[in-house]
Design a protein around this ligand. Structure first.
Ligand code: SF4
Ligand code: SF4
Length: 211
């Protein structure tokens, strides 16, 4: 199952890398940015979580301990939170860098591009409003490309929107075609709250935590 998911993931990675390369003049992503790893919900399917946990297993004890502390803090915050849309900083973000980068989920790989919904609506990554991705070509980071800004850039590449929504990339039909199953999807932190009876997750949560 996981092997088949990895074949699919490789295909997605190749496609996304091509898209990011095509959009290079409008992309500001760099190591240590980490803004998109904060204040969000991070949908994860069961198979993505399983793969992420392989990455966690390989971390040193200090990093595991930091993650454990982060998760336990979030569990507490979520319990106190009223309402469904609990947003949080990803517990795997350490010093603004992803501690499980090679094992990260699909949403983590696709975020940052201009996105087009099934209904044809263009979605701009939020970091455009922070002067980052596409801010050099969008009109006030709305859905309109500024002709003036684009001309000033003097680049051959055009800003393009791709169908890279999480819903699309985790469509069960793709999984069937590659002989695996995404299974249940939920916000990343929920896996650690609702599934903490699973041995591996329980182990991370109950680790001696970094002070
Ligand atoms: S997508 Fe935006 S917030 Fe995320 S790393 Fe790239 S520039 Fe930073
Ligand atoms: S898993 Fe890594 S890339 Fe994904 S949100 Fe967390 S820190 Fe960011």
């Amino acid at each position: 199952m996981l092997e088949n998911y990895l074949v699919y993931l490789q295909l997605i990675d190749e496609k996304l890398n091509k898209f990011f390369t095509k959009q290079k003049p409008f992309i500001y992503c760099k190591k240590g940015c980490g803004l998109c790893c904060k204040n969000a919900q991070f949908p994860y399917s069961q198979i993505e979580l399983e793969y992420l946990m392989i990455g966690v297993r390989q971390l040193d004890e200090e990093k595991k301990s930091i993650i454990s502390k982060n998760i336990n803090k979030l569990k507490q915050q979520k319990a106190e939170h009223q309402g469904k849309d609990f947003k949080y900083d990803c517990p795997f973000l350490i010093n603004n860098e992803c501690s499980v980068y090679n094992y990260r989920g699909i949403i983590c790989r696709s975020f940052g591009l201009l996105n087009i919904s099934a209904k044809g609506k263009i979605r701009v990554p939020f970091c455009c409003f922070q002067g980052l991705n596409y801010s050099n070509v969008m009109d006030d980071c709305g859905t309109k490309i500024s002709e003036e800004k684009y001309r000033k850039l003097n680049v051959e590449e055009e800003p393009l929107a791709f169908n890279t929504s999480y819903e699309f990339l985790t469509d069960p039909d793709f999984a069937t075609g590659f002989h695996f199953d995404f299974n249940e999807k939920k916000p990343l932190i929920n896996w650690f709250i609702e599934e903490d009876n699973k041995e591996e997750i329980r182990h991370i949560i109950s680790m001696k935590q970094a002070s």
